[in-house]
Ligand binder design. Structure first.
Ligand SMILES: [Zn+2]
Length: 284
């Protein structure tokens, strides 16, 4: 499943080629994505310019010259390709291409074998789209810091793994990056979140370290183009490389890589998702 670094890499690829371009044509396949397209999708965006392409959590947002926004989520298996118009003419349509957008110079193709992704239109300038309005802190933003998190965590007796996966607290962190951040911080995924906050609601040093590690891991994954576990590719069709840097994720039964630790990595299920951790290094 594409997580924040993969979505960020995709967004950067789209932004590089498409900002300033005029939308000339849209082709929608008749297969349904997770949510149906706007009834007048094509009519509403044709002849409009793409003013900006940004990311919020795992959403990619195209702002158009008529104040309309295209909001896209990659779901489980979505990916975008951007192809030079001249090269596209010789390209055969590939299975699972669902959405094709043509601009002056480029063709943008959304491919999604499992069709859990979606592409929505939003026109209300006063209100955020309902899918974006309840999102928590953006992990790389300044607001996402140990002090702000303390005031959310101090009464949470849920475990820290599930709290970090909660999109209303931090938006866009996924399973891989949460497992890696907890491992790097030496914090057990089973620890009650409130144990990371002092009685006076200031962050304990463990929480400060955890927040630092979350940012570091997300940043280094973005530098490597994200993680390609199944078939994630960027807008040029290239894979990411962060999967080679996993310390715990997917390493069940293998020896922990920490110096002097001879324990093996364990896998448990928390809220229907696999958690990988080292029972010796992550004791707190
Ligand atoms: Zn260990």
């Amino acid at each position: 499943m594409p997580e924040l670094p993969e979505v960020e890499t995709t967004k950067e690829g789209l932004k590089k080629d498409l900002v300033g371009q005029k939308i000339l044509k849209v082709e929608l396949s008749n297969k349904k994505l997770r949510f149906p397209y706007d009834k007048n999708f094509e009519k509403k965006i044709i002849d409009k310019y793409i003013l900006s392409i940004t990311r919020r959590a795992k959403y990619i947002i195209f702002k158009l010259s008529n104040e309309m926004k295209i909001i896209s989520h990659l779901g489980m298996s979505g990916s975008y390709r951007v192809i030079d118009k001249k090269l596209f003419n010789n390209r055969q349509k590939i299975k699972h291409d669902h959405f094709i957008l043509k601009t002056d110079k480029f063709v943008v193709i959304y491919n999604d074998p499992r069709r859990f992704g979606y592409i929505l239109l939003h026109s209300d300038t006063n209100f955020e789209h309902e899918r974006l309005s309840h999102l928590g802190y953006e992990p790389l933003s300044k607001n996402c810091n140990a002090e702000n998190l303390s005031s959310l965590l101090y009464k949470k007796d849920r475990n820290i793994k599930n709290v970090l996966m909660d999109q209303k607290i931090i938006a866009g962190l996924g399973n891989i990056y949460v497992c890696e951040a907890l491992y790097k911080s030496g914090i057990s995924p089973l620890l009650e979140a409130r144990r990371l906050v002092n009685k006076n609601r200031t962050p304990k040093k463990e929480l400060i370290f955890l927040v630092k590690n979350i940012k570091k891991i997300i940043e280094s994954s973005i530098i490597l183009g994200g993680s390609s576990l199944k078939d994630y590719v960027n807008t040029e069709g290239k894979m990411g490389y962060f999967q080679n840097k996993f310390n715990v994720y997917g390493r069940e039964g293998n020896e922990c890589i920490s110096k002097g630790c001879s324990s093996s990595i364990k896998r448990i299920i928390q809220s229907n998702r696999s958690t990988f951790f080292c029972p010796s290094c992550q004791k707190k």
